[in-house]
Design a protein around this ligand. Structure first.
Ligand code: SAM
Ligand code: SF4
Ligand code: SF4
Length: 479
Protein backbone atom coordinates (compact mmCIF):
# COMPACT_ATOMS: atom_id res chain seq x y z
CA UNK A 1 0.00 0.00 0.00
CA UNK A 2 1.28 3.49 -0.92
CA UNK A 3 1.71 5.87 1.92
CA UNK A 4 1.66 9.65 2.15
CA UNK A 5 5.09 11.27 2.02
CA UNK A 6 4.10 14.65 3.42
CA UNK A 7 3.65 15.75 7.03
CA UNK A 8 0.03 16.71 7.87
CA UNK A 9 -1.15 19.42 10.26
CA UNK A 10 -4.66 19.06 11.67
CA UNK A 11 -7.08 21.77 12.77
CA UNK A 12 -10.48 21.24 14.30
CA UNK A 13 -13.54 23.49 14.10
CA UNK A 14 -17.03 22.48 15.26
CA UNK A 15 -17.51 18.97 13.86
CA UNK A 16 -14.96 19.34 11.09
CA UNK A 17 -11.29 18.47 10.68
CA UNK A 18 -8.96 20.32 8.35
CA UNK A 19 -5.83 18.51 7.28
CA UNK A 20 -3.10 20.52 5.52
CA UNK A 21 -0.05 19.03 3.86
CA UNK A 22 1.90 22.30 3.97
CA UNK A 23 4.95 21.25 1.98
CA UNK A 24 2.91 20.01 -0.98
CA UNK A 25 0.65 22.08 -0.65
CA UNK A 26 -2.72 20.33 -0.34
CA UNK A 27 -5.62 20.62 2.08
CA UNK A 28 -8.79 18.71 2.75
CA UNK A 29 -11.69 19.16 5.16
CA UNK A 30 -13.80 16.28 6.40
CA UNK A 31 -15.66 15.06 9.43
CA UNK A 32 -13.68 13.73 12.37
CA UNK A 33 -13.14 10.35 10.73
CA UNK A 34 -10.70 12.12 8.39
CA UNK A 35 -7.96 12.01 11.03
CA UNK A 36 -7.73 8.20 11.42
CA UNK A 37 -8.04 7.81 7.65
CA UNK A 38 -5.07 10.15 7.10
CA UNK A 39 -3.17 8.24 9.80
CA UNK A 40 -3.89 5.03 7.91
CA UNK A 41 -2.46 6.54 4.72
CA UNK A 42 0.57 7.67 6.71
CA UNK A 43 1.10 4.04 7.74
CA UNK A 44 0.45 4.91 11.39
CA UNK A 45 -2.64 2.66 11.56
CA UNK A 46 -3.22 -0.77 10.06
CA UNK A 47 -6.29 -1.41 7.93
CA UNK A 48 -7.86 -3.50 10.70
CA UNK A 49 -7.27 -0.77 13.27
CA UNK A 50 -8.79 1.84 10.94
CA UNK A 51 -11.79 -0.36 10.20
CA UNK A 52 -12.43 -0.89 13.90
CA UNK A 53 -12.27 2.88 14.59
CA UNK A 54 -14.56 3.75 11.66
CA UNK A 55 -17.14 1.12 12.58
CA UNK A 56 -17.09 1.59 16.37
CA UNK A 57 -16.46 5.33 16.74
CA UNK A 58 -18.02 6.69 13.55
CA UNK A 59 -20.71 4.08 12.82
CA UNK A 60 -19.48 3.39 9.29
CA UNK A 61 -20.92 0.32 7.56
CA UNK A 62 -18.49 -2.11 5.87
CA UNK A 63 -19.56 -0.72 2.50
CA UNK A 64 -19.05 2.89 3.59
CA UNK A 65 -15.61 2.04 4.98
CA UNK A 66 -14.52 0.52 1.70
CA UNK A 67 -15.97 3.31 -0.46
CA UNK A 68 -14.58 6.10 1.71
CA UNK A 69 -11.07 4.67 1.77
CA UNK A 70 -11.15 4.18 -2.01
CA UNK A 71 -12.36 7.75 -2.58
CA UNK A 72 -9.76 9.27 -0.29
CA UNK A 73 -7.06 7.17 -1.91
CA UNK A 74 -8.04 8.61 -5.31
CA UNK A 75 -8.07 12.18 -3.96
CA UNK A 76 -4.64 11.78 -2.33
CA UNK A 77 -3.28 10.05 -5.39
CA UNK A 78 -4.52 12.78 -7.74
CA UNK A 79 -2.88 15.31 -5.39
CA UNK A 80 0.39 13.33 -5.76
CA UNK A 81 0.75 12.85 -2.01
CA UNK A 82 2.19 9.37 -2.52
CA UNK A 83 5.13 10.54 -4.56
CA UNK A 84 7.69 13.28 -4.39
CA UNK A 85 7.92 13.92 -8.12
CA UNK A 86 5.21 16.53 -8.09
CA UNK A 87 7.41 19.17 -9.68
CA UNK A 88 8.02 17.19 -12.86
CA UNK A 89 5.48 19.35 -14.69
CA UNK A 90 6.99 22.54 -13.41
CA UNK A 91 7.96 24.84 -16.25
CA UNK A 92 9.62 27.91 -14.76
CA UNK A 93 8.69 30.99 -16.72
CA UNK A 94 11.44 32.83 -18.48
CA UNK A 95 11.15 36.02 -16.44
CA UNK A 96 13.87 37.85 -18.41
CA UNK A 97 11.76 37.57 -21.52
CA UNK A 98 8.45 38.18 -19.75
CA UNK A 99 8.64 41.72 -18.45
CA UNK A 100 5.54 43.01 -16.70
CA UNK A 101 3.38 45.95 -17.64
CA UNK A 102 5.05 48.78 -15.68
CA UNK A 103 3.16 51.54 -13.93
CA UNK A 104 4.31 54.99 -15.07
CA UNK A 105 4.01 57.62 -12.36
CA UNK A 106 3.80 60.81 -14.38
CA UNK A 107 4.12 63.09 -11.35
CA UNK A 108 4.49 63.12 -7.58
CA UNK A 109 2.54 66.37 -7.30
CA UNK A 110 -1.02 66.22 -6.15
CA UNK A 111 -4.04 68.39 -5.36
CA UNK A 112 -4.76 66.22 -2.28
CA UNK A 113 -2.66 64.93 0.61
CA UNK A 114 -4.30 61.63 1.53
CA UNK A 115 -3.34 60.18 4.88
CA UNK A 116 -2.56 56.71 3.45
CA UNK A 117 -0.61 57.69 0.34
CA UNK A 118 2.22 55.22 -0.35
CA UNK A 119 3.67 57.71 -2.84
CA UNK A 120 3.91 60.40 -0.15
CA UNK A 121 2.57 62.73 -2.85
CA UNK A 122 2.21 66.47 -2.42
CA UNK A 123 4.97 66.63 0.14
CA UNK A 124 7.00 69.46 -1.31
CA UNK A 125 7.66 67.84 -4.70
CA UNK A 126 7.64 70.19 -7.69
CA UNK A 127 7.58 69.81 -11.44
CA UNK A 128 11.26 70.51 -12.03
CA UNK A 129 12.45 66.90 -11.84
CA UNK A 130 9.51 65.39 -13.68
CA UNK A 131 9.94 63.56 -16.95
CA UNK A 132 8.92 65.93 -19.74
CA UNK A 133 6.39 65.22 -22.48
CA UNK A 134 8.98 63.91 -24.94
CA UNK A 135 10.60 61.66 -22.34
CA UNK A 136 7.23 60.24 -21.34
CA UNK A 137 6.26 59.59 -24.97
CA UNK A 138 9.51 57.65 -25.42
CA UNK A 139 8.77 55.58 -22.32
CA UNK A 140 5.19 54.97 -23.43
CA UNK A 141 6.60 53.69 -26.73
CA UNK A 142 8.96 51.35 -24.85
CA UNK A 143 6.17 50.00 -22.68
CA UNK A 144 4.02 49.33 -25.74
CA UNK A 145 6.89 47.57 -27.49
CA UNK A 146 7.27 45.31 -24.44
CA UNK A 147 3.57 44.52 -24.68
CA UNK A 148 3.99 43.74 -28.40
CA UNK A 149 6.88 41.39 -27.72
CA UNK A 150 4.59 39.35 -25.46
CA UNK A 151 1.50 39.75 -27.67
CA UNK A 152 -0.26 41.49 -24.80
CA UNK A 153 -2.74 44.34 -25.07
CA UNK A 154 -0.94 47.68 -25.48
CA UNK A 155 -2.21 48.92 -22.15
CA UNK A 156 -0.34 51.83 -20.63
CA UNK A 157 -0.86 52.46 -16.91
CA UNK A 158 -0.49 56.05 -15.75
CA UNK A 159 -0.53 56.96 -12.08
CA UNK A 160 1.14 59.35 -9.66
CA UNK A 161 0.71 61.68 -7.72
CA UNK A 162 -2.30 62.99 -9.54
CA UNK A 163 -1.86 62.52 -13.31
CA UNK A 164 -4.39 65.24 -14.22
CA UNK A 165 -2.26 67.86 -12.47
CA UNK A 166 0.00 67.78 -15.55
CA UNK A 167 -0.87 70.27 -18.27
CA UNK A 168 0.14 67.75 -20.95
CA UNK A 169 -1.84 64.80 -19.58
CA UNK A 170 -4.39 64.83 -22.43
CA UNK A 171 -1.55 64.98 -24.97
CA UNK A 172 -0.03 61.86 -23.36
CA UNK A 173 -3.35 60.01 -23.26
CA UNK A 174 -4.03 60.96 -26.88
CA UNK A 175 -0.52 59.82 -27.83
CA UNK A 176 -1.20 56.38 -26.36
CA UNK A 177 -4.52 56.10 -28.19
CA UNK A 178 -3.06 57.37 -31.50
CA UNK A 179 -0.44 54.63 -31.29
CA UNK A 180 -3.00 51.87 -30.86
CA UNK A 181 -2.50 51.78 -27.12
CA UNK A 182 -5.04 51.62 -24.33
CA UNK A 183 -4.65 54.46 -21.84
CA UNK A 184 -5.44 53.48 -18.24
CA UNK A 185 -5.27 56.27 -15.66
CA UNK A 186 -5.49 56.02 -11.88
CA UNK A 187 -6.88 59.35 -10.67
CA UNK A 188 -8.76 61.15 -7.94
CA UNK A 189 -10.77 62.72 -10.82
CA UNK A 190 -11.00 66.16 -9.25
CA UNK A 191 -8.79 67.90 -11.82
CA UNK A 192 -10.46 66.40 -14.90
CA UNK A 193 -11.69 69.41 -16.86
CA UNK A 194 -15.05 69.41 -18.60
CA UNK A 195 -13.31 69.92 -21.95
CA UNK A 196 -11.33 66.66 -21.47
CA UNK A 197 -14.43 64.50 -21.23
CA UNK A 198 -15.28 63.87 -24.87
CA UNK A 199 -11.62 63.27 -25.81
CA UNK A 200 -11.30 60.72 -22.98
CA UNK A 201 -14.39 59.00 -24.28
CA UNK A 202 -13.25 59.05 -27.92
CA UNK A 203 -9.84 57.57 -27.17
CA UNK A 204 -11.43 54.89 -24.99
CA UNK A 205 -9.33 55.80 -21.96
CA UNK A 206 -10.10 53.76 -18.86
CA UNK A 207 -10.19 55.79 -15.68
CA UNK A 208 -9.75 54.16 -12.30
CA UNK A 209 -11.18 56.71 -9.89
CA UNK A 210 -10.35 56.48 -6.20
CA UNK A 211 -13.38 56.67 -3.93
CA UNK A 212 -12.60 55.58 -0.39
CA UNK A 213 -16.09 55.26 1.03
CA UNK A 214 -19.78 55.45 0.18
CA UNK A 215 -20.27 58.47 2.41
CA UNK A 216 -18.69 61.86 2.73
CA UNK A 217 -17.24 61.36 6.23
CA UNK A 218 -15.51 58.08 5.36
CA UNK A 219 -14.05 59.20 2.04
CA UNK A 220 -12.90 62.47 3.55
CA UNK A 221 -11.27 60.71 6.51
CA UNK A 222 -8.54 59.72 4.04
CA UNK A 223 -8.84 62.33 1.29
CA UNK A 224 -9.60 65.53 3.15
CA UNK A 225 -12.47 68.00 3.40
CA UNK A 226 -14.77 68.78 0.48
CA UNK A 227 -13.59 65.94 -1.71
CA UNK A 228 -16.54 63.52 -1.67
CA UNK A 229 -19.31 65.40 -3.48
CA UNK A 230 -16.98 66.80 -6.15
CA UNK A 231 -15.58 63.30 -6.81
CA UNK A 232 -19.06 61.83 -7.18
CA UNK A 233 -19.99 64.69 -9.55
CA UNK A 234 -16.92 63.99 -11.68
CA UNK A 235 -17.70 60.28 -11.79
CA UNK A 236 -21.23 61.07 -12.98
CA UNK A 237 -19.93 63.45 -15.67
CA UNK A 238 -17.43 60.83 -16.88
CA UNK A 239 -20.17 58.24 -17.13
CA UNK A 240 -22.52 60.66 -18.89
CA UNK A 241 -19.81 61.17 -21.49
CA UNK A 242 -19.39 57.43 -21.93
CA UNK A 243 -15.86 57.35 -20.45
CA UNK A 244 -14.90 53.87 -19.23
CA UNK A 245 -14.98 54.53 -15.50
CA UNK A 246 -13.95 52.15 -12.73
CA UNK A 247 -13.88 52.76 -8.99
CA UNK A 248 -11.03 51.95 -6.63
CA UNK A 249 -11.43 51.71 -2.86
CA UNK A 250 -8.71 51.13 -0.28
CA UNK A 251 -10.16 49.05 2.56
CA UNK A 252 -9.28 49.73 6.19
CA UNK A 253 -10.98 49.19 9.55
CA UNK A 254 -13.12 52.34 9.33
CA UNK A 255 -14.67 51.76 5.91
CA UNK A 256 -15.17 47.99 5.78
CA UNK A 257 -18.68 48.30 7.21
CA UNK A 258 -19.53 50.64 4.35
CA UNK A 259 -18.34 48.28 1.63
CA UNK A 260 -21.85 47.00 0.92
CA UNK A 261 -23.12 50.56 0.50
CA UNK A 262 -20.11 51.26 -1.69
CA UNK A 263 -20.89 48.35 -4.03
CA UNK A 264 -24.58 49.42 -4.02
CA UNK A 265 -23.35 52.82 -5.19
CA UNK A 266 -21.21 51.19 -7.90
CA UNK A 267 -24.27 49.24 -9.07
CA UNK A 268 -26.36 52.40 -9.01
CA UNK A 269 -23.76 54.35 -11.01
CA UNK A 270 -23.22 51.32 -13.25
CA UNK A 271 -19.45 51.75 -13.36
CA UNK A 272 -17.43 49.33 -15.47
CA UNK A 273 -15.59 47.65 -12.60
CA UNK A 274 -14.54 48.03 -8.99
CA UNK A 275 -11.04 47.53 -7.58
CA UNK A 276 -11.02 46.65 -3.89
CA UNK A 277 -7.57 46.93 -2.36
CA UNK A 278 -6.17 46.28 1.08
CA UNK A 279 -4.48 49.12 2.88
CA UNK A 280 -0.71 48.68 2.70
CA UNK A 281 1.01 49.81 5.85
CA UNK A 282 3.94 51.79 4.55
CA UNK A 283 5.03 55.35 3.87
CA UNK A 284 2.32 57.81 5.07
CA UNK A 285 -0.08 55.00 6.01
CA UNK A 286 2.45 53.87 8.61
CA UNK A 287 2.18 57.21 10.42
CA UNK A 288 -1.62 57.41 10.10
CA UNK A 289 -4.26 56.00 12.44
CA UNK A 290 -5.57 53.74 9.67
CA UNK A 291 -5.61 50.02 10.35
CA UNK A 292 -5.68 47.03 8.05
CA UNK A 293 -8.70 44.73 8.23
CA UNK A 294 -8.47 41.03 8.95
CA UNK A 295 -8.58 38.98 5.80
CA UNK A 296 -11.39 36.71 6.99
CA UNK A 297 -13.60 39.65 8.07
CA UNK A 298 -13.07 41.04 4.64
CA UNK A 299 -14.02 37.79 2.91
CA UNK A 300 -17.13 37.39 5.00
CA UNK A 301 -18.21 40.90 4.06
CA UNK A 302 -17.50 40.33 0.37
CA UNK A 303 -19.23 36.97 0.37
CA UNK A 304 -22.39 38.52 1.80
CA UNK A 305 -22.29 41.40 -0.70
CA UNK A 306 -21.70 39.07 -3.65
CA UNK A 307 -25.02 37.35 -3.00
CA UNK A 308 -27.11 40.53 -3.31
CA UNK A 309 -27.42 40.47 -7.13
CA UNK A 310 -25.58 39.26 -10.20
CA UNK A 311 -24.14 42.77 -10.63
CA UNK A 312 -22.81 42.73 -7.06
CA UNK A 313 -21.22 39.35 -7.79
CA UNK A 314 -19.73 40.75 -11.00
CA UNK A 315 -17.87 43.48 -9.10
CA UNK A 316 -16.81 41.30 -6.15
CA UNK A 317 -15.48 38.36 -8.15
CA UNK A 318 -13.20 40.59 -10.23
CA UNK A 319 -11.48 42.04 -7.19
CA UNK A 320 -7.84 41.10 -6.54
CA UNK A 321 -8.96 40.05 -3.10
CA UNK A 322 -10.44 36.96 -4.74
CA UNK A 323 -6.88 35.80 -5.50
CA UNK A 324 -6.31 34.05 -2.16
CA UNK A 325 -9.55 32.07 -2.52
CA UNK A 326 -8.53 30.96 -6.02
CA UNK A 327 -5.04 30.01 -4.81
CA UNK A 328 -6.63 27.81 -2.13
CA UNK A 329 -9.06 26.20 -4.55
CA UNK A 330 -6.33 25.48 -7.08
CA UNK A 331 -3.62 24.49 -4.60
CA UNK A 332 -1.24 26.88 -6.28
CA UNK A 333 2.23 26.91 -4.82
CA UNK A 334 2.64 30.58 -4.06
CA UNK A 335 6.29 31.11 -3.16
CA UNK A 336 6.36 34.88 -2.67
CA UNK A 337 4.44 38.01 -3.64
CA UNK A 338 6.16 38.35 -7.01
CA UNK A 339 8.01 41.65 -6.53
CA UNK A 340 10.75 41.82 -9.15
CA UNK A 341 9.10 39.13 -11.27
CA UNK A 342 5.66 40.54 -11.89
CA UNK A 343 5.91 44.26 -11.27
CA UNK A 344 7.86 47.39 -12.14
CA UNK A 345 7.37 51.12 -11.57
CA UNK A 346 8.79 54.00 -13.58
CA UNK A 347 8.58 56.99 -11.28
CA UNK A 348 7.99 60.69 -12.07
CA UNK A 349 11.73 61.52 -12.23
CA UNK A 350 12.63 58.47 -14.31
CA UNK A 351 13.69 56.32 -11.34
CA UNK A 352 12.79 52.67 -11.76
CA UNK A 353 11.63 50.60 -8.77
CA UNK A 354 10.62 46.94 -8.36
CA UNK A 355 6.99 47.84 -7.46
CA UNK A 356 4.95 50.67 -5.97
CA UNK A 357 5.48 49.33 -2.46
CA UNK A 358 9.26 49.59 -2.83
CA UNK A 359 9.67 53.19 -3.99
CA UNK A 360 12.53 54.22 -1.73
CA UNK A 361 15.95 55.46 -2.83
CA UNK A 362 17.93 52.45 -1.58
CA UNK A 363 15.76 50.15 -3.74
CA UNK A 364 16.13 52.18 -6.93
CA UNK A 365 17.09 49.98 -9.90
CA UNK A 366 18.27 52.78 -12.15
CA UNK A 367 16.87 55.68 -14.13
CA UNK A 368 15.13 55.53 -17.47
CA UNK A 369 16.89 58.79 -18.44
CA UNK A 370 20.28 57.03 -18.42
CA UNK A 371 19.57 53.29 -18.35
CA UNK A 372 18.06 50.94 -20.86
CA UNK A 373 14.80 49.59 -19.46
CA UNK A 374 15.19 46.20 -21.08
CA UNK A 375 18.67 45.66 -19.70
CA UNK A 376 17.60 46.89 -16.24
CA UNK A 377 14.90 44.22 -16.28
CA UNK A 378 17.33 41.55 -17.40
CA UNK A 379 20.45 42.44 -15.45
CA UNK A 380 19.54 44.36 -12.29
CA UNK A 381 21.24 42.60 -9.34
CA UNK A 382 18.37 43.63 -7.03
CA UNK A 383 15.74 42.16 -9.36
CA UNK A 384 17.74 38.95 -9.63
CA UNK A 385 17.90 38.79 -5.83
CA UNK A 386 14.17 39.46 -5.47
CA UNK A 387 13.30 36.73 -7.98
CA UNK A 388 14.96 34.20 -5.68
CA UNK A 389 12.76 35.10 -2.71
CA UNK A 390 10.95 32.16 -1.22
CA UNK A 391 8.61 31.95 1.75
CA UNK A 392 10.79 29.21 3.24
CA UNK A 393 13.49 31.78 3.95
CA UNK A 394 11.34 34.51 5.51
CA UNK A 395 11.46 33.18 9.08
CA UNK A 396 11.67 29.89 10.95
CA UNK A 397 7.90 30.20 11.48
CA UNK A 398 7.28 30.55 7.75
CA UNK A 399 9.42 27.52 6.99
CA UNK A 400 7.28 25.23 9.13
CA UNK A 401 3.99 27.07 8.57
CA UNK A 402 1.22 24.80 7.21
CA UNK A 403 -0.22 27.57 5.02
CA UNK A 404 3.11 28.91 3.75
CA UNK A 405 2.47 28.18 0.06
CA UNK A 406 -1.01 29.71 0.20
CA UNK A 407 0.20 32.83 2.04
CA UNK A 408 3.46 33.30 0.17
CA UNK A 409 4.78 35.27 3.14
CA UNK A 410 2.88 38.52 2.45
CA UNK A 411 3.95 41.74 0.73
CA UNK A 412 7.75 41.97 0.73
CA UNK A 413 7.61 45.75 0.38
CA UNK A 414 5.70 46.03 3.66
CA UNK A 415 8.11 43.60 5.31
CA UNK A 416 11.00 45.77 4.12
CA UNK A 417 9.36 48.98 5.35
CA UNK A 418 8.65 47.42 8.73
CA UNK A 419 11.87 45.50 9.36
CA UNK A 420 14.37 46.76 6.79
CA UNK A 421 14.78 43.33 5.21
CA UNK A 422 13.18 41.47 2.33
CA UNK A 423 13.46 38.18 4.17
CA UNK A 424 11.83 39.35 7.38
CA UNK A 425 8.49 38.08 8.61
CA UNK A 426 5.31 39.64 7.27
CA UNK A 427 3.89 42.21 9.73
CA UNK A 428 0.38 40.70 9.57
CA UNK A 429 1.41 37.05 9.70
CA UNK A 430 -1.00 35.90 12.40
CA UNK A 431 -3.97 37.36 10.50
CA UNK A 432 -2.86 35.59 7.31
CA UNK A 433 -2.50 32.28 9.09
CA UNK A 434 -5.82 32.26 10.96
CA UNK A 435 -7.73 33.76 8.03
CA UNK A 436 -6.44 31.23 5.51
CA UNK A 437 -7.30 28.37 7.86
CA UNK A 438 -10.79 29.81 8.44
CA UNK A 439 -11.23 30.26 4.72
CA UNK A 440 -10.39 26.61 4.10
CA UNK A 441 -13.16 25.59 6.50
CA UNK A 442 -15.53 27.97 4.74
CA UNK A 443 -14.62 26.80 1.25
CA UNK A 444 -15.27 23.23 2.30
CA UNK A 445 -18.93 24.29 2.59
CA UNK A 446 -18.73 24.87 -1.18
CA UNK A 447 -19.37 28.60 -0.79
CA UNK A 448 -16.82 29.50 -3.42
CA UNK A 449 -18.72 31.12 -6.25
CA UNK A 450 -17.01 34.48 -5.77
CA UNK A 451 -13.60 32.90 -6.43
CA UNK A 452 -14.49 31.05 -9.63
CA UNK A 453 -13.78 33.99 -11.90
CA UNK A 454 -10.21 34.15 -10.58
CA UNK A 455 -9.81 30.41 -10.88
CA UNK A 456 -10.68 30.69 -14.58
CA UNK A 457 -8.36 33.66 -14.94
CA UNK A 458 -5.41 31.75 -13.47
CA UNK A 459 -6.27 28.67 -15.52
CA UNK A 460 -6.31 30.72 -18.70
CA UNK A 461 -3.06 32.45 -17.84
CA UNK A 462 -1.46 29.07 -17.17
CA UNK A 463 1.11 30.89 -15.16
CA UNK A 464 1.21 32.68 -11.88
CA UNK A 465 4.32 34.53 -10.88
CA UNK A 466 6.18 33.42 -7.79
CA UNK A 467 4.62 30.00 -7.53
CA UNK A 468 4.54 26.59 -9.12
CA UNK A 469 1.35 25.35 -10.61
CA UNK A 470 -0.05 21.97 -9.71
CA UNK A 471 -2.55 20.24 -11.89
CA UNK A 472 -4.73 18.72 -9.25
CA UNK A 473 -7.00 20.40 -6.78
CA UNK A 474 -9.68 18.99 -4.56
CA UNK A 475 -11.33 19.52 -1.28
CA UNK A 476 -13.93 17.56 0.47
CA UNK A 477 -17.01 18.55 2.44
CA UNK A 478 -18.05 15.26 3.90
CA UNK A 479 -16.08 12.10 3.59
C1 SAM B 1 -1.01 56.79 -5.26
S1 SAM B 1 -2.57 56.92 -5.99
C2 SAM B 1 -2.23 57.81 -7.49
C3 SAM B 1 -3.45 58.07 -8.34
C4 SAM B 1 -4.43 59.12 -7.83
N1 SAM B 1 -3.82 60.23 -7.24
C5 SAM B 1 -5.45 58.48 -6.90
O1 SAM B 1 -5.45 58.77 -5.71
O2 SAM B 1 -6.23 57.68 -7.41
C6 SAM B 1 -2.92 55.29 -6.61
C7 SAM B 1 -3.86 54.45 -5.77
O3 SAM B 1 -3.16 53.96 -4.65
C8 SAM B 1 -4.00 53.97 -3.54
N2 SAM B 1 -3.17 54.00 -2.34
C9 SAM B 1 -2.42 55.00 -1.89
N3 SAM B 1 -1.79 54.66 -0.74
C10 SAM B 1 -2.14 53.39 -0.46
C11 SAM B 1 -1.82 52.48 0.59
N4 SAM B 1 -1.04 52.80 1.59
N5 SAM B 1 -2.38 51.24 0.55
C12 SAM B 1 -3.20 50.90 -0.47
N6 SAM B 1 -3.54 51.71 -1.49
C13 SAM B 1 -3.02 52.95 -1.48
C14 SAM B 1 -4.83 55.21 -3.75
O4 SAM B 1 -6.01 55.18 -2.98
C15 SAM B 1 -5.08 55.16 -5.22
O5 SAM B 1 -6.23 54.39 -5.51
S1 SF4 C 1 -3.52 58.76 -2.97
FE1 SF4 C 1 -3.60 59.86 -4.92
S2 SF4 C 1 -4.85 61.65 -4.47
FE2 SF4 C 1 -4.18 60.87 -2.53
S3 SF4 C 1 -2.29 61.99 -2.05
FE3 SF4 C 1 -1.70 60.06 -3.01
S4 SF4 C 1 -1.50 60.59 -5.13
FE4 SF4 C 1 -2.70 62.23 -4.20
S1 SF4 D 1 3.82 35.02 7.08
FE1 SF4 D 1 2.88 33.81 8.73
S2 SF4 D 1 1.11 32.82 7.73
FE2 SF4 D 1 2.49 33.52 6.10
S3 SF4 D 1 3.86 31.79 5.67
FE3 SF4 D 1 4.91 33.04 7.20
S4 SF4 D 1 4.29 32.12 9.17
FE4 SF4 D 1 2.84 31.40 7.64
Amino acid sequence: MNHILYEPTFFEKDDKILCIFGDKPFWIVGDKSLKPIVNFFLNDLSFDELQTILINDFKYSDKETKETIETIYLIFDSASLFSIQQDENYNPIDIDNNPPNPVINVTRRCNLKCSHCYADANNGQNASQELNTAELKRIIGLVMSWADSKHYDRRVLLSGGEPFIREDIMELIQYIADNNGEPFVNTNALLIKEEYMSALSKCKAELLVSLDGARESTHELIRGKNTFDPTIKKIRRLLEHGVITKLSITIHKDNLSELEEFIDLAVDLNVAQVAINPLNILSRAKDSQLQRVNLIEFYNTLSKISKKSSRHMYYVERSDYANVGAILLMNLKFQYCGVGSASLVIDYDGSVYPCYNTMISELKLGNIRYDNLDSLWKTSPLLKKLRKLNVNSFSADCQKCPVKYYCGGGCRGEAYFTNGSFISKCPYCSDMKTSIIDLMFQLSGQDNQMFQNRVHFFQEKQVFYGQRRLDSWAWSKNI
